[in-house]
Design a protein around this ligand. Structure first.
Ligand code: B4P
Length: 188
């Protein structure tokens, strides 16, 4: 299962809840990068250069990291990818990984919200949690990148008929109810 949406749409927030309720492992590329940035690992030092500017971390670096994560034993009973794939090249790479295993991609959830609401949420988060990419200028760049590159990712999955749109506006619990209903409907 994948959860896709612009920055601030609630991907990470909802992924955690889906993971708790369905007992599937949630894998957030953003979280893995941030852990590595904090630990000042070679991956983190590389990723930080891009994240601080609102850019995507290069595909080869991101793909390698995801391949490694998906080779771990805890993903055998299913997984939820949060924030990956974000580019067309990442879609192709994920296809190749999945073709080698038994996991099938059955659900792609697309969380929607307008840019104004997204900027507002991310600036609100910046008051509580310090993230180098949650400032007005960088948020704009992240949104632009979503529109330029990640919407094309959604189109690719939509052509396969596996995208379900979920309205991301409203209280977090209400959005969770919508997400769970959407998953139930697809898997029924
Ligand atoms: P991410 O960690 O994925 O960051 P994000 O897009 O901002 O989403 P996040 O999950 O944190 O926030 P959420 O919407 O849940 O990526 C960060 C960076 O890592 C990227 O810019 C890139 O540099 C790099 N990266 C990650 N994946 C990559 C990839 N595949 N390829 C290349 N680079 C990659 O929530 C945001 C805020 O909104 C929170 O404060 C939350 O509490 C609030 N919120 C959520 N739902 C709400 C609701 N319904 N109402 C009000 N507020 C809500």
């Amino acid at each position: 299962m994948l959860i896709i949406g612009p920055p601030g749409s609630g991907k990470g927030t909802q992924a955690e809840r889906i993971s708790d309720r369905l007992g599937v492992v949630s894998i957030s590329t953003g979280d893995i990068f941030r852990v590595n940035v904090r630990g000042e690992t070679p991956l983190g030092i590389e990723a930080k250069k891009y994240m601080d500017n609102g850019d995507f971390v290069p595909d080869d670096v991101t793909n390698k990291m995801v391949r490694h994560r998906l080779s771990e034993s805890d993903v055998r009973n299913g997984f939820l990818l949060d924030g990956y794939p974000r580019t067309a090249a990442q879609v192709d790479y994920l296809d190749a990984i999945l073709a080698k295993g038994e996991e099938r991609l059955d659900v792609v959830l697309q969380l929607t919200a307008d840019d104004e609401e997204l900027v507002h949420r991310l600036l609100d988060r910046a008051k509580e949690v310090r993230r180098s990419d949650d400032n007005k200028a960088v948020i704009r760049l992240r949104l632009d990148l979503y529109h330029e590159q990640t919407e094309a990712v959604v189109d690719k999955y939509a052509a396969r008929g596996i995208v379900t749109l979920v309205d991301g506006i409203g209280p977090i619990d209400v959005v969770t109810d919508r997400v769970m209903q959407a998953i139930k409907a697809v898997q029924a």
